[in-house]
Design a protein around this ligand. Structure first.
Ligand code: MRU
Length: 371
């Protein structure tokens, strides 16, 4: 049973439909205004859901891609169908390595099999990837709780800043950055979450929505308020997720993460006080040991309309959109940035915590040590 809840009902973010060759997802483009479930019944629908960010967040897009392969196999199980499905899904979003990790695993599992057995095996493997994600996020919560409990002891409270949505909605259940926060809340720690709006896609609104569903105290703020909040001592720790962690510990995450890491670090300079600890929580599927440093991580550029057009509800409650600047304005819209390992105090993974460094990662994942 899922740990996280919608209106009190335990719910995952994606689930297969028995005997229907389809999965259902929570349409994240409708939140926080409307809770809407969507059915995906083909490879193309799965690919579109990832591109349009109806599903989003590194672990969840990996799981959706795995189910996308299962949907493709239900329609054609020869080698060409498998390889086309993997290529189509890999082309949806470039930065979160979980997507490629899940597709590589599906390909490895299915290619050696007899075509007639692939569809069934694909559903099973995708379900295993989803279940493993749930367990890994649960473990991240457990390990992160130790860190947060210590911090709460030092500070006498726990004011946590986060960015984007690295909660339950970005995974299958529990979340990455928010898993330790939920664990702290369950443990009775006096936790308050400072939620960054995260322009232009406003994933902070998703974070506020899911925290509200679980009764976790929180306050939303504009991205540009983060520096002030950190500098004046309102925040005890920053915790974010990741879309890709390079072998040296550099972290790609939602655009704006780097500025928060800098502000947390610079507090020591500006206030002659200790820096605010900056934690990154992510499962193994987010770590790319083949990527030497953040400089090699591809950064997704998204459509200019994400800045140009605001979405919301009008005074009568009807959904609508508002164009806030002319089409003639030049716009750049990088979706991620890279925070250098030096600015990250601790990585929290399903195997425990480590320094953000090559040695730190290899101590947790010794099987990645080659030669
Ligand atoms: O563009 P998005 O919304 O998919 O980006 C998501 C993030 O950057 C999250 O912080 C990241 O995937 C970590 S999620 C557990």
């Amino acid at each position: 049973m899922a740990a996280m809840r919608v209106d009190g009902t335990p719910t995952r973010t994606i689930w297969p439909l028995a005997n229907a060759d389809a999965v259902e997802i929570i349409d994240q483009t409708a939140l926080p205004h409307e809770y809407r479930v969507l059915r995906l019944a083909s490879l193309e629908e799965a690919a579109q859901a990832i591109c349009s960010m109806q599903v989003r967040g590194a672990p969840l897009i990996g799981v959706t891609a795995a189910y996308g392969v299962a949907l493709a196999m239900a329609q054609g199980d020869d080698d060409a169908s498998l390889l086309t499905a993997v290529d189509r899904l890999a082309a949806t979003r470039p930065t979160a390595v979980n997507l490629r990790w899940a597709l590589a695993r599906m390909r490895r599992c299915l290619l050696p099999l007899a075509p007639s057995t692939r569809a069934e095996a694909a559903w099973q493997e995708a379900a295993r990837i989803a279940d493993e994600d749930v367990e890994q996020c649960r473990q991240i919560g457990k390990h992160g709780l130790q860190l947060l409990s210590r911090r709460a002891g030092e500070c006498g409270r726990l004011a946590i800043m986060t960015h984007c949505n690295a909660g339950w909605l970005a995974t299958v259940d529990h979340g990455t950055a928010l898993a330790p926060v939920y664990a702290a809340f369950e443990a009775g720690i006096d936790v308050h979450v400072w939620v960054s709006e995260t322009r232009p896609r406003n994933q902070g609104l998703l974070t506020a929505w899911e925290l509200a569903q679980h009764g976790v105290p929180h306050t939303l703020h504009a991205d540009n308020a983060a520096g002030l909040l950190l500098a004046r001592g309102d925040i005890d720790a920053v915790i974010v997720g990741a879309d890709r962690i390079a072998a040296n510990g550099d972290v790609a995450n939602k655009i704006g993460t780097y500025l928060k890491a800098l502000a947390a670090y610079l507090k020591a300079l500006a206030a002659a006080a200790a820096a605010v600890p900056f934690y990154v929580a992510a499962p193994r599927s987010t770590i790319d040991f083949s990527c030497p440093s953040g400089a090699a991580i591809p950064i997704e550029e998204r459509a200019a309309d994400e800045l140009r057009v605001m979405h919301g509800r009008d005074a009568a409650g009807a959904r609508g959109q508002l164009q806030q600047l002319p089409c003639s304005e030049a716009i750049v819209n990088p979706a991620f940035d890279v925070t250098p390992a030096k600015l990250v105090n601790t990585l929290i993974t399903e195997r425990g915590c480590c320094p953000a460094s090559h040695d730190g990662l290899l101590a947790l994942y010794p099987e990645e040590r080659h030669g």
